[in-house]
Design a protein around this ligand. Structure first.
Ligand code: GLA
Length: 383
């Protein structure tokens, strides 16, 4: 039975009827990491794994939710004080609350859901969950909330119910994803552009270190605070700087003595990364994958040495990629574990992957996982 059929069978057993099926996706990001909350560019795409949920209104004021993956059933009301203790359920609760806060209608519903986004791999399983429910609730209650606001409902859920002060990238990709295209988003103006992505002669492959750091969300929030601190210092001299991405590199140098060295390094990375996204988009339009790859290595260097969100396992995979002539490689997503994203020439693929699996396993005592992702559609009604 596939995931959809298992959901449908469970839904019928639990609730005695059928509902409607909705889905959304995890994401990759080619380049533009930790730039979203700095008002910079990102370049993500939705992928062919995500969340599927069956939903039907139940005529009460309560949500009845069953997670197939956790084999757990939870009921909760829709008032602010009704927050469930299970973390998976708090995402659904958060989406309901954020919809209500925006004037949307939400009443009780029954749901069963499951996902195939690897957890903790940096592929945004949580954004997939939020986007599925934000989209479904908007559809079922005919709230007429626009797609950007649906993405923001997911982002606010993270901020207000899950403790992560994330940017908009993951939820944006999960809502706006389109088969075969990456999307460049300007996170300040919210202008976006689809770029067909089909690098002939290359494969895009993720290598999951299977490392997950416990304190990732507080470390993430700390990075964000450093960036805001650097932007505030620069703003004193240059009032036009709303976000760190508005700052020129020389403006950062002017305040070097006024901010902690750590904040300086974080900001140095971000200012460079914003430019790299634009350079990668230009290179892609010329079909120049060597430049795309070189920028990915530069991003890895920045994320590892300046932003300090890499780890030994990811640095090892990155070094190995260089050694095997992989075109581009870098840590992807928030960091502190998870995956590297690699752009590899077809003819080098087999050799690189088997070397990566063998040498990683030998060094760290566990095998990495390999994901070949396909750029796919985001939030949608399935039937
Ligand atoms: C996480 C966050 C995103 C973004 C990335 C880093 O995935 O949820 O908003 O900041 O990290 O680029």
């Amino acid at each position: 039975m596939d995931m959809k059929e298992r959901i449908q069978e469970k839904f019928r057993t639990l609730y005695g009827t059928d509902g409607q099926l909705f889905a959304s996706a995890g994401r990759i990001n080619l380049i533009g990491e930790h730039t979203d909350y700095n008002g910079g560019y990102v370049f993500p795409g939705a992928i062919d794994c995500g969340i599927v949920a069956e939903i039907k209104l139940n005529g009460t004021s309560k949500v009845h939710a069953y997670s197939l993956d956790y084999d757990e059933y939870v009921e909760f009301g829709l008032e602010e004080s009704d927050k469930p203790s299970q973390s998976w359920a708090s995402y659904i609760f958060g989406v309901c609350r954020e919809t209500i806060k925006r004037g949307g209608k939400v009443e009780g519903f029954n749901t069963v859901f499951a996902g195939d986004v690897p957890l903790g791999a940096g592929l945004s399983s949580s954004a997939a969950l939020e986007s599925t429910f934000a989209f479904a609730i908007n559809y079922l209650f005919d709230n007429g909330i626009d797609k950007f606001e649906l993405a923001k409902i997911g982002q606010s859920t993270e901020h207000n119910y899950c403790g992560v002060k994330c940017g908009i990238m993951d939820q944006f990709a999960s809502v706006f994803g389109k088969k075969g295209s990456l999307i460049r988003l300007n996170c300040k103006t919210l202008e976006y552009k689809y770029f067909p992505f089909n690098p002939e002669g290359y494969k895009l492959v993720l290598i999951d270190s299977c490392v997950k750091h416990e304190l990732a969300s507080s470390a993430y929030n700390k990075r964000r605070a450093s960036c805001e601190n650097a932007a505030a210092a620069i703003r004193k001299n240059h009032p036009e700087v709303e976000f760190l991405s508005d700052a020129k590199r020389v403006w950062l140098d002017e305040v070097r003595d006024q901010i902690p060295e750590e904040d300086f390094l974080r900001a140095e990375y971000v200012i460079g990364e914003v430019q790299r996204v634009l350079d990668v988009c230009d290179a892609l339009e010329r079909g120049d994958y060597e430049t795309v790859g070189e920028m990915m290595y530069q991003t890895h260097f920045g994320l590892s040495r300046l932003y300090e969100v890499s780890c030994e396992e990811l640095d090892f995979l990155n070094k190995l990629a260089r050694k095997y002539d992989v075109t581009g490689s870098r840590v992807m997503g928030g960091g502190f574990g998870g995956c590297t994203i690699n752009l590899v020439k077809d003819e080098l693929y087999e050799g690189f992957i088997s070397a990566a699996v063998d040498q990683f396993t030998e060094k760290f005592g566990h095998a990495p996982k390999i994901y070949n992702v396909v750029i796919s559609d985001g939030a949608r009604l399935l039937q």
